[in-house]
Design a protein around this ligand. Structure first.
Ligand code: CA
Length: 236
């Protein structure tokens, strides 16, 4: 396909603009071709500096980001993204399958993570899932399924009944409500909620989730916090 040709406008509405950042030329060209055929408008960068140049100049709906890049790594690109506003959704691609990299990427602001090698259809499925995800909100009051969480007043209620949560339960509920639809692995919850990953353990996360679920269930909000086996916890 002619790379100058842009079939996006004819195939999907609205047009999704995507920045592809991958240093392997072959993979970059294959992905760009497939994504354009799937209806995305695609810009492609071969390293982190080039990616940041594109991101400073244009707005994107998605960034498909390799972590291991010349000049500036994918982490450098993640760090340069704005915290809020018109921030693109970031799907990280990486050959590294260590959980540490996955956690670090999610913690640095990636929305999802795919380990190489992957099927092209898997990328499309993840991008479409990200597109459906409700925009993250920085609101002071988070409301969902009968739960009302006021981050300023540090108050939570469920179905109108005040909930007495510990600080960690409050932090966990806020995290899951703020990023609805996103699965948080235990290790990431440890970092975000427990503060120090060394002091806590998987077991302590289970205890924390159990306590929060019990209090929610007592107020009639059973099943709000879901467990994705082997992946982590989320609120849909
Ligand atoms: Ca690479």
């Amino acid at each position: 396909m002619d790379p100058m040709q842009d079939p996006a406008g004819t195939r999907s509405n609205p047009v999704m603009k995507l920045l592809l950042v991958e240093d392997s030329r072959r993979l970059r060209e294959t992905l760009a071709r497939g994504l354009r055929a799937a209806g995305f408008t695609v810009d492609a960068a071969g390293d982190g500096m080039e990616a940041n140049g594109f991101l400073a100049a244009f707005q994107y709906d998605f960034v498909l980001l390799d972590l291991g890049l010349p000049r500036l790594s994918g982490f450098g690109v993640l760090r340069a993204l704005p915290e809020s506003g018109t921030r693109p959704r970031v799907l990280v691609l990486s050959a590294r399958d260590q959980v540490g990299d996955r956690i670090a990427a999610l913690n640095a602001g990636a929305d999802d993570y795919l380990v190489k090698p992957f099927a092209f259809e898997e990328i499309l499925a993840r991008l479409h899932a990200l597109a459906r995800r409700p925009a993250e909100t920085r609101a002071d009051v988070l409301e969902h399924a009968g739960v009302l969480l006021d981050t300023r007043a540090r108050r939570v209620s469920a179905n109108g009944r005040p909930l007495n949560l510990t600080p960690r339960e409050f932090a966990l509920l806020e995290l899951l409500l703020r990023h609805r639809g996103r699965v948080f692995p235990r290790a990431l919850i440890l970092e975000r909620v427990a503060g120090s990953a060394s002091e806590a353990s998987d077991r302590s996360i289970e205890v924390l989730v159990f306590g929060l679920r019990r209090k929610l269930a007592e107020a009639g909000c059973e099943g709000l916090v879901e467990n994705r086996r082997g992946a982590g916890y989320l609120i849909e």
